[in-house]
Design a protein around this ligand. Structure first.
Ligand SMILES: Cc1cc2nc3c(=O)[nH]c(=O)nc-3n(C[C@H](O)[C@H](O)[C@H](O)COP(=O)(O)OP(=O)(O)OC[C@H]3O[C@@H](n4cnc5c(N)ncnc54)[C@H](O)[C@@H]3O)c2cc1C
Length: 405
């Protein structure tokens, strides 16, 4: 029998996006049921960047200060050529009149998710069911429900609305029959995490390094404490067997090619391999069911935008559901969610991250020189730097979404 939960929102997925939505709803005194397939939250190295507008938004759910306490302020980011070195350095300080967050906060995604889970768990109106894998979603005019399975048992969770935040392979999206058009890159992204500190060698906490043969990028993360760890990301052939990709010697060679330390070895603490896509759902909302985060859009991680955009989705959906819940608006608001998030994901998230990848891997020398010149001139001119950072630090996407009604 269905466990009747009239007057709840069911959130599928206790990833960072689902938990952001859950907390934002709870803070409006809306009861929430979270259903999560895994029994433990994952700790693999994925997102690490929180852009300034996201930090500002997280104030609204009372989480910005605690996240800040766990993170590193990365005020500058660099574009480099792997062979020639530094091309341009951007400083978020030029946006000081717009935000107190004149930095990208670097903090591991799993720490953010864990922080949220604690808050959600503490709230008297929350229910969390971990270890339950959702298999199906249904809805009628009055409610929406999901079926979940665990150890051969089946349970139905019903609410007024369902938020599908169950990641790129979203069962909720499949269940709705919503398409997920786009592409999967032939190459995969290898993330090597090392204890070696590149800062004394002039590397900023975020660096994008262009190269016609093999681009790479690096991000400093707080890890267990100063000086933190550095993640270095490389593209690797899509068909290379994992056992080969993860072999210590080729990984050492890759890091030596990034920064040569003759006679020294790198301490590599994690090796992770990711398949990368650019895809977007045809609809972000169907009736009483919403899609948010990777369930709605996936993109390459260059620019550190996927999770940020998912957090913006989650807060937007929670705000709209809250308004309808309190009788301050009708279902038309949900169409606004679809338009604001889907159009901006298309115009901005997918477009910018695809451009970031093209810039780093450009093979045509003339085009590469043009990109370098553009970065140099933008970094040197405060007005251009500002324009560049407004786009790359996600201010423009937030403004654009607000313009759409
Ligand atoms: C290498 C790498 C680096 C990245 N760097 C950045 C970055 O710097 N900045 C950034 O903004 N983004 C970055 N991203 C993207 C970011 O990691 C994702 O956008 C983010 O994880 C999306 O969160 P989510 O909650 O939507 O999905 P997920 O994190 O995938 O969470 C989905 C949750 O749903 C659960 N689930 C799945 N199926 C079911 C089911 N059937 N039933 C119940 N539960 C289910 C899963 O167990 C999981 O807990 C990066 C990604 C990668 C791979």
């Amino acid at each position: 029998m269905a466990s009747q939960k009239k007057g709840r929102v069911v959130v599928v997925g206790a990833g960072p996006v689902g938990l952001t939505a859950a907390l934002a709803l709870l803070r409006q005194d809306i009861p929430v049921t979270v259903v999560e397939a895994s029994t433990e939250l994952p700790t693999d190295p994925r997102a690490s960047t929180f852009h300034p507008p996201t930090m500002k938004m997280l104030e609204s759910i009372g989480i910005a200060d605690d996240l800040h306490a766990m993170g590193l302020e990365i005020r500058k980011w660099q574009y480099r050529d792997r062979r020639k070195g530094l091309i341009a350095e951007f400083d978020l300080g030029v946006l000081a009149d717009l935000t107190k967050y004149t930095y990208r906060l670097h903090c591991e995604q799993w720490k953010y998710a864990r922080l949220l889970l604690e808050r959600v768990r503490q709230h008297p109106l929350s229910e969390i069911h971990q270890g339950w894998r959702v298999a199906d979603v249904r809805q009628d005019a009055a409610s929406a429900e999901i079926t979940a399975e665990a150890n051969g048992a089946t349970k139905v969770f019903r609410g007024d609305y369902v938020i599908g935040a169950d990641g790129g392979r979203s069962v909720v999206r499949h269940g709705l029959g919503v398409g997920f058009e786009g592409l999967t890159f032939q190459e995969r992204f290898l993330v090597l995490t090392t204890t070696y500190n590149f800062e004394p060698h002039g590397f900023a906490g975020t660096c994008y390094c262009a190269d016609p043969e093999m681009w790479c990028s690096t991000f400093r993360v707080p890890a267990g404490g100063p000086p933190g760890h550095w993640r270095v990301v490389f593209p690797v052939a899509g068909d290379a067997p994992e056992s080969e990709v993860f072999r210590e010697e080729p990984c050492q060679k890759l890091l030596q090619s990034f920064y040569a330390r003759p006679g020294e070895r790198y301490e590599i603490v994690h090796k992770n391999l990711y398949t990368v896509h650019q895809r977007i759902a045809d609809r972000f909302r169907l009736g009483r069911v919403f899609l948010a985060g990777d369930a709605a859009h996936i993109n390459n991680p260059l620019g550190g935008m996927g999770l940020n955009f998912g957090i913006h989705d989650a807060l937007n959906a929670a705000e709209k559901i809250g308004k309808v819940w309190r009788g301050e608006g009708g279902d038309a608001l949900f169409d606004v969610y679809d338009r604001q998030r889907r159009i901006v994901a298309q115009e901005y998230l997918l477009a910018q991250t695809a451009q970031n990848k093209r810039d780093l891997e450009e093979r045509d020398p003339a085009m590469r020189a043009k990109a370098y010149e553009d970065w140099r001139q933008s970094a040197a001119d405060p007005a251009r730097a500002r324009k560049f950072l407004m786009r790359t630090a996600m201010f423009d996407s937030v403004r654009r979404a607000q313009e759409i009604q």
